[in-house]
Design a binder for this molecule. Structure first.
Ligand SMILES: C[S@@+](CC[C@H](N)C(=O)[O-])C[C@H]1O[C@@H](n2cnc3c(N)ncnc32)[C@H](O)[C@@H]1O
Length: 443
């Protein structure tokens, strides 16, 4: 099999990454854009010895689960992967992804918690800018498997008003000939735009630039056109790598944070603090985690990787004491101000790495439940070792990457924990990512 060759194939089934699986001369080929049961013409994109990758270039017999993608950029844009699949089937693939990844464990898998709003659900947009050959300012997302920007007008899974703000700022940059960063020569000013919005209809804009610049005119226009914008920052990012945000934030208008409401509590969020990107599903995710924990008011709890304290403070309502641990200083500042904002007294926030700071809690009161919600790379081994030594009876593991969660669960199972139940949650509709809530108990 060679790169660029085309074949007519029948797709036998889906794999856990949403690829169609076909066989050519007894070799497995993973075909992107193809669905179970379809006959397609595919082009080999990555031939390997044991298995190869291909892309569907013509669908000869479409699946009944295929739909027309609602986004006009879907074919090229690398932002979404599952818009050509009926939503029910997308959810089945995500359930399969979780169950296949955890196939070595005996546990109960609950049905996926579906997303009622698969369009416009994202509350954060991070969008790079570029110029076309005629020097027009464009914005969009990277093409699949490339670093070329696909120019778009709007991103369908993002909030409508956030899309309007992106387009407005792009027009401003164009009209006023603001230079755009060129990632090859590392010159030009404007790199990317981040917009975050909340359920309380508050918007935060972060203009990511290579040096300080006077955007006061743009700020005036935005204030007039979008009164919902409560906060505007510059982020001065001189990195030549692909780190999106630097630590150098400068508030140029309004409040230092926007306010979100989650399960009845209020949360102030700074630009560098993590916030779940799908508000409504985040509430369902947290509710599921709280159900698994079955908290009692005499319990002591740890919320590891706590961000701005959105799970911690929801735990606090039900327990004796809760500790939140988080590495980002601004997120801990938010967490402490959120504690006051909600009149909560039984939460204590600790700033630092979970793997270090959890050790400070070893000889304090007995911990009954620990929540972890780590980044995609999963938990640090030192952290897991301390959790094991502490003999905490119950673990609620929230994960956005089931592969690293499976690795960590294996460590915990071999140290005497039992994986009881797992609930996938669809936080990232139209993409392959799936969130999950996992309950482990000490045998
Ligand atoms: C997936 S987010 C979850 C945040 C929070 N639980 C929520 O639902 O909003 C993971 C968080 O872990 C933090 N983090 C990453 N590595 C860490 C570490 N080694 N120690 C403590 N916090 C860490 C990140 O800054 C981020 O806030």
């Amino acid at each position: 099999m060679n790169m660029g060759e085309t074949y007519k194939v029948k797709i036998d089934n889906f794999d856990i990454n949403g690829y169609g699986v076909a066989h050519i001369d007894k070799q497995v080929v993973f075909v992107s854009g193809a669905m179970e049961g379809e006959t397609v013409i595919c082009k080999i994109t990555n031939p390997k010895k044991k298995y190869s990758f291909a892309e569907a270039i013509k669908i000869l017999e479409p699946s009944k689960d295929r739909v027309e993608a609602p986004c006009q950029y879907y074919e090229y844009c690398g932002g979404c992967d599952m818009m050509h699949i009926k939503y029910g089937t997308e959810c089945k693939i995500k359930e399969l992804r979780v169950s296949q990844t955890l196939r070595d464990f005996k546990y109960k898998q609950n049905p996926i918690i579906k997303n009622d709003k698969t369009i416009g659900y994202r509350n954060k947009i991070m969008i790079p800018f570029t110029k076309d050959l005629d020097d027009n300012t464009l914005y969009g997302f990277y093409e699949k498997k490339s670093h070329k920007i696909v120019s778009i007008d709007k991103c369908l899974i993002s909030d409508d008003k956030a899309n309007e703000i992106v387009s407005f700022i792009a027009k401003y940059l164009n009209i006023f000939h603001i230079s755009i960063y060129d990632e090859i020569n590392h010159n030009g000013l404007f790199r990317e735009l981040m917009i975050r919005n909340t359920k309380l209809d508050e918007y935060m804009i972060v203009l990511i630039v290579t040096k300080d610049y006077d955007f006061s005119k743009l700020v005036e226009y935005i204030k007039e056109e979008f009164p919902c914008v409560k906060s505007i920052y510059l982020n001065i990012n001189t990195n030549t790598n692909n780190v999106l945000l630097s630590d150098n934030f400068k508030l140029i208008y309004g409040n230092p944070f926007v306010t979100e409401s989650i399960l009845g509590l209020k949360f102030n969020v700074s630009p560098s603090s993590f916030m779940q990107v799908n508000h409504d599903q985040c509430e369902k995710l947290y509710s599921e985690a709280l159900r698994c924990a079955n908290l009692k008011n005499d319990m002591n709890v740890i919320d590891a990787y706590c961000g701005m304290g959105s799970i911690t403070l929801n735990i606090a309502k039900n327990v004796n004491k809760v500790y939140g641990i988080e590495i980002v200083e601004d997120a801990i500042k938010n967490a402490n101000s959120n504690k006051k904002l909600n009149n909560i007294e039984n939460a204590e926030f600790i700033c630092g790495k979970c793997e270090d700071k959890i050790k400070e809690l070893v000889n304090k009161e007995k911990i009954d439940v620990i929540f972890f919600d780590p980044p995609r790379k999963g938990c640090d081994i030192e952290f897991l070792k301390t959790v094991i030594d502490m003999k905490i009876p119950k673990i609620v593991y929230i994960s956005c990457n089931i592969a690293t969660a499976a690795r960590d669960i294996k460590i915990l199972e071999s140290a005497g924990y039992k994986l009881e139940e797992v609930t996938p949650v669809d936080l990232f509709s139209s993409t392959l990512h799936v969130e999950s809530v996992t309950l482990l108990v000490k045998r």
